[in-house]
Write a protein that binds this ligand. Structure first.
Ligand SMILES: [Zn+2]
Length: 197
């Protein structure tokens, strides 16, 4: 086995020394993850992912000023334990996003590798739904139509329209609160004729 070139690199190898290790060992690329509050976070991802014969994923464990690297033999299994998908997955080393098809990961990598490492986090349950509540910031529409159809159902299950009522609301007083009703035949055609007139 070819020996590693550790010239100028002290052991234990600090995270800050890995960018020095890679240029000296041109067949190896390295990515390092840490685990914080049960979340995996990439703290160093090689610029040479997928470009060198050997890629090594490491999990950095630390306590106080002591630290230790453990080898991650399957990144998809380590990250994939958080998903319900039980098939093989392909993980982006830069953002740890899962892909179920390898070509999807390759397409993603061309974009994602242009950016620094990222971690996706989600708000906890109860705070994870965004709602629009700034009603005062909405633009008023000049006209609105509220329509209601009446129909009956034939014994064969067919809906037959018998009439409609349309209320026109407008910010212009002369067009506001106009009610139009229609019944008998050709109800849908008459409705379309009314709203497009
Ligand atoms: Zn990514």
């Amino acid at each position: 086995m070819k020996e590693l070139d550790m010239t100028g690199i002290e052991t234990p190898v600090a995270l800050s020394s890995i960018p020095k290790f890679e240029p000296q060992n041109s067949s190896i690329s390295i990515s390092v993850l840490v685990c914080e509050e049960k979340e995996l976070i990439p703290v160093y991802t090689s610029k040479f992912c997928n470009q060198r014969p050997h890629h090594v994923n490491l999990l950095l464990l630390s306590k106080g000023d002591k630290f230790h690297y453990t080898l991650v033999t399957s990144l998809s299994r380590l990250v994939g334990s958080n998903t319900r998908h039980d098939g093989k997955s392909f993980v982006c080393p830069y953002c740890l996003h899962h892909f179920w098809k390898e070509h999807c990961l390759q397409n993603h990598l061309t974009e994602c590798s242009q950016h620094p490492d990222q971690t996706v986090t989600y708000r906890e349950k109860g705070k994870n739904i965004l709602k629009f509540d700034k009603v005062q910031h909405m633009f008023p529409v000049p006209f609105a139509l509220y329509a209601d159809f009446e129909s009956f159902i034939t014994p064969s299950g067919e809906h037959v329209h018998t009439g409609f009522c349309c209320l026109q609301v407008s910010k212009f007083p002369q067009y506001d609160h106009k009610i139009h009703t229609y019944s008998v035949d050709n109800v849908v055609q008459e409705f379309l004729k009314y709203v497009t007139q």
